[in-house]
Design a protein around this ligand. Structure first.
Ligand SMILES: Nc1ncnc2c1ncn2[C@@H]1O[C@H](COP(=O)(O)OP(=O)(O)OP(=O)(O)O)[C@@H](O)[C@H]1O
Ligand SMILES: [Mg+2]
Length: 186
């Protein structure tokens, strides 16, 4: 029988180019180092696999988030830490994930739109501004910022490594790593 604290999901949400994937990649090895089975569930990667049938309209984004939540539930209930990096722009989708998974840590990767547009890792803001693509979060599709996230990361003042260290410190402080945290319901 497995002993130790129960698994939980770390769900990073934020605008495109906010830094979710970059920070998630810094966070996973830190958790593994501490003996956890942790893995990155990245929105883009999952779109290449089980969500390859989906687009970017609201219904598709909701379905995508709900599939990721389902996977995360299975992982977390087996003692793992899925680290989800997904724009997940709608509050209702994130609340659905919280209800599905139960042990849920919402991390708001808080980067102002102007900074994200400046980073524009995939060049999508540029394409959206010039009308080449539609349904771009932050441009012509909404991003509903979390109202009560467990953790907020300020990427203007922290490097990706510092952000990961900050998240780890907060997980510790809130009792997630020792199993004493009280999950907040949706
Ligand atoms: N303090 C910081 N924290 C995180 N990323 C930063 C920071 N400063 C600069 N960056 C850069 O910003 C970019 C963030 O891109 P990343 O792909 O991680 O964003 P994302 O939130 O996953 O976007 P998307 O939703 O489009 O996948 C990277 O190029 C990263 O190097
Ligand atoms: Mg990403």
């Amino acid at each position: 029988m497995r002993r130790g604290p129960p698994g939980f999901c770390i769900w990073l949400t934020g605008l495109p180019s906010a830094g979710k994937t970059t920070i998630g990649k810094e966070l996973v090895p830190r958790l593994v180092e501490r003996g956890w089975y942790a893995d990155l569930l990245d929105g883009d990667e999952i779109r290449l696999g089980i969500s390859s049938d989906l687009g970017f309209d609201r219904k598709s984004r909701e379905t995508h988030a709900s599939r990721v939540a389902f996977l995360s539930k299975l992982l977390a209930r087996n003692g793992a830490i899925p680290v989800v990096t997904l724009i997940s722009p709608y509050r209702s989708s994130r609340d659905h994930a919280r209800t599905t998974i139960g042990r849920f840590v919402e991390v708001y990767v808080n980067t102002p739109l102007m900074v994200c547009e400046d980073r524009d890792v995939k060049g999508l803001y540029k394409k959206a501004r010039s009308g080449q693509i539609k349904e771009m979060t932050g441009v012509d599709d909404p991003y509903e910022a979390p109202e009560h996230p467990e953790i907020v990361v300020d990427t203007l003042n922290l490097t990706p490594a510092q952000s990961a260290a900050y998240i780890l410190g907060e997980l510790e402080r809130q009792g997630w790593l020792s199993g004493t945290a009280t999950p907040r319901p949706a």
